[in-house]
Design a protein around this ligand. Structure first.
Ligand code: FAE
Length: 544
């Protein structure tokens, strides 16, 4: 079947009945779905920012419609009982958004070939950066590594200062005492328990930490949102393997607390939330009466429009992510529907300094194995953040296949220069100004890190040194084109007020990673969640 449509409607809400979770192969006859309609609140996307907004609004009794371009994977599983999210080593069509081969940065299963499909991991390629995104109900939470990290307070202030937004001490206190803790609780943060850390599944992390200490870097314990009780059972062989069975960037079948197990689950449980997957918002217009009109394509699993619809709403929340939200706003500005959009929309983008780096630690003799069995959920990092010359944080990443002698790291650098988006109406695509001048220092930092690790961090017998892994990353063991953490485009305090209200408009709110100016120094979803929590608090108390 090439024209599958997945429509879910959960809950007893404005439309009365609970309709089955997912319907495949037919379009619901309800006029609302076919012809569009009016909703008090529409949220675009179902990632972190959107999920926070949905939960908080629905809990307050507001009816909410969420529009998501990707699939409802739970529904897909119900309809295809044999389907499981793919392991990194054996990707099938559901692994990848509209490509005949996998797009993973590390070539574990990249020899696979399959039919095009609206899969769970999308890669958008620009000339100097490849941006990875999670697709489907749950957004980036479906594919991410679960690292749940609060940014350094000084750097959080510094990065906003860099764009001219001054966060006061009181505002920072509010973030660090109320909203980061709330976000951590909301996503299900856990510190890795000792028995798990000491298991063979985390030898790669223990060896990585020791090497880092020997090289003079500061070890950092990184919480994760993975259910470590489940992992304990995986390790004991009592339940199906998940993190211990190479599941991560193509989705996770069991232990990871993606948003469908946290915020979205709680939102749907209120009965006030409707989610329409495979609904792509393509344009937004402000109506004369101050409501918003959304042009929507309902797509099939080949990303083809099978129906076009128009929805209107009183209040519109944007959570389509840094690229998605920025694209929609810039396009709608050019098309005239949102012509008053602030000139700051499109500005202050960054890759969060993402740079992958890898070392080959196989020497004939004297090497320390990192273990052949590695859990896919990272729990440790190394920091050099206070070094004025080479400030960075390095996640000690797993390499679950043939990783015993490969040190793999996702380095998160500070940003020196922002990228900028524009929209090309002719080709209907978001353009990005981003080149080597933005990333040169990231490469230098990564090379410095690898050199120090090779020199001091670990040695074979008789002092023999290890080398950069040019098999994995041909350019000296470093790849600064891989971006897992796109940030910016509609920055808080620049394109919006300090609570995500888009400048020039009423009742139009931004909730996602586009609010963060390009860089955080750590993995971003806790911060996205915390900002969204703070925005929605203010919006509910003042705008309803
Ligand atoms: P996001 O979660 O991307 O959600 C946006 C949603 O909007 C998606 O579901 C889209 O499909 C949907 N959408 C987009 N355009 C449209 C449209 N036109 N119409 C309808 N729907 C649309 O946004 N972060 C961490 O903190 N820790 C980690 O360990 C970590 N690991 C990662 C690993 C990978 C492989 C990747 C790709 C990312 C990782 N991240 C990690 C980043 C994190 O997942 C990301 O920052 C957040 O998901 C961004 O949240 P947003 O709410 O901005």
């Amino acid at each position: 079947m090439t024209r599958k449509q997945f429509i879910i409607k959960m809950g007893l809400g404005a439309f009365g009945l609970v309709i089955g979770r997912t319907m495949i192969g037919k379009i619901l006859s309800e006029p609302f779905y076919k012809n569009g309609g009016h909703y008090p609140i529409i949220i675009v996307g179902t990632g972190y920012g959107s999920a926070v907004a949905a939960e908080r609004l629905a809990t307050q009794g507001h009816k909410v419609l969420m529009l998501e371009v990707g699939l409802d994977w739970k529904g897909y599983k119900q309809q295809n009982p044999d389907f499981k999210f793919h392991k990194m080593t054996f990707p099938g069509k559901e692994s990848t958004w509209m490509n005949k081969k996998p797009q993973a940065p590390i070539e574990l299963g990249n020899m696979a070939r399959f039919d095009e499909f609206t899969g769970v991991l999308q890669r958008i390629d620009y000339e100097h950066v490849k941006v990875y995104l999670g697709k489907g109900v749950g957004g980036g939470s479906l594919v991410n590594g679960g690292m749940t990290v609060v940014p350094d307070r000084n750097y959080f202030q510094e990065i906003y200062h860099k764009v001219g937004v001054e966060l006061s001490d009181a505002e920072l206190d509010e973030f660090y005492t109320i909203y980061f803790p709330r976000a951590n609780d909301g996503v299900g943060k856990q510190d890795a328990p000792e028995d798990i850390v000491n298991s063979k599944w985390y030898k790669f992390a223990r060896v990585g930490v020791q090497e880092g200490i020997d090289a003079g870097f500061e070890p950092v314990d990184v919480p994760n949102l993975y259910d470590f009780d489940y992992m304990r059972k995986e390790i004991a062989g009592e339940v199906p393997g998940s993190a211990t069975d190479k599941e991560v960037i193509y989705g996770n079948n069991y232990g990871k607390r993606d948003l469908t197990k946290t915020y979205l689950k709680r939102a749907l449980a209120t009965g006030n939330v409707t989610i329409m997957p495979q609904h792509k918002v393509v344009e937004i217009k402000e109506n004369f009466d101050g409501t918003y009109q959304l042009e929507i394509e309902q797509i099939d699993t080949l990303d083809r429009a099978v129906e076009t619809k128009t929805f209107t709403c009183d209040k519109l929340f944007m959570g389509a992510g840094s690229l998605g939200t920025t694209a929609l706003l810039l396009k709608s500005k050019l098309k005239g529907g949102l012509s008053k959009i602030d000139a700051n929309v499109g500005k202050y983008w960054g890759n969060n300094g993402n740079t992958m780096a890898s070392r080959n630690t196989l020497n004939f003799i004297g090497h320390t194995s990192r273990g052949l069995k590695q859990s896919t959920m990272p729990i440790r990092g190394l920091s050099n953040f206070d070094d004025p010359e080479h400030p960075f944080f390095a996640e000690i990443a797993p390499m679950p296949v043939m990783g015993a002698y490969t040190g793999l790291y996702l380095i998160v650098n500070k940003l020196k220069k922002f990228g900028e988006f524009s929209y090309d109406l002719t080709n209907d695509e978001l353009k990005l100004d981003w080149n080597e001048s933005h990333t040169a220092h990231m490469r230098k930092n990564a090379e410095f890190f690898l050199d120090r690790m090779n020199e001091h961090g670990s040695k074979g017998w008789f002092g023999s040194k290890f080398s950069n892994n040019k098999m994995l990353m041909p350019k000296n063991g470093v790849d600064e084109s891989i971006c897992y953490h796109p940030l910016g485009g509609v920055v808080l305090g620049k394109a919006t007020d300090l609570y995500g209200r888009l400048k020039g408009y009423k009742n139009l709110y931004i909730m996602d990673g586009s609010l963060i100016p390009g860089s955080l120094g750590v993995n971003p979803y806790v911060t996205i969640t915390a900002i969204a929590e703070r925005n929605i608090d203010k919006i509910i108390s003042q705008d309803f």
